[in-house]
Design a protein. Structure first.
Length: 168
């Protein structure tokens, strides 16, 4: 399911849904992923609640406690991803690509976190995987690569949210 609290120019429901399915298959993530496209205000509240950081961030991922891909033929939720449409638009403008592409980059990043990757602790494994999938999915510069180049306020990991969700 996709929940739109903010719109993203050039990105519609069907296009994003198709991308989520392709990215999940490419990352080897089974199950459904719910995505929230929201405001900086909401992202700040989520980041404060789940990571203890009182600032907006671009993407957060929340893995499901249930990791089985199916149950009697019904897809199980693999987790949730929240994305700030405002930060995505700003980053897209700064990096010279569309807001729609930026949201897809953030979705891929979140999906990799849901699949168990953590760029803060894996010695580059997630970065390499994201880079390969970004090329395969025809996306511009990935989140981890630019994070290493510029530690700006919008570059933030979702791993803290993952850890809190697992223990919550």
């Amino acid at each position: 399911m996709i929940s739109w609290q903010k719109t993203v120019p050039g990105l519609g429901e069907a296009t994003l849904r198709r991308f989520i399915l392709k990215a999940c298959r490419a990352a080897g993530l089974a199950g459904e992923v719910d995505v929230l496209i929201t405001s900086n205000l909401r992202m700040r509240a989520l980041n404060r609640r789940f990571r203890g950081k009182d600032k907006a961030t671009d993407v957060l991922s929340f893995p499901s406690a249930d990791v089985q891909p199916t149950f009697k033929g019904h897809a199980i939720n693999a987790g949730d991803i929240a994305i700030s449409a405002e930060i995505a638009a700003r980053n897209a403008h700064q990096l010279g690509h569309s807001a729609a592409s930026e949201v897809k980059i953030l979705v891929l990043h979140g999906i990799l976190h849901l699949a168990g990757y953590d760029h803060e602790t894996d010695n580059g494994t997630m970065a390499r995987k994201e880079s390969r999938l970004r090329r395969k999915l025809h996306l511009p510069s990935g989140l981890i690569g630019r994070d290493a180049l510029s530690k700006g306020p919008s570059s933030s990991s979702a791993s803290g949210a993952q850890k809190r969700r697992r223990t919550a």
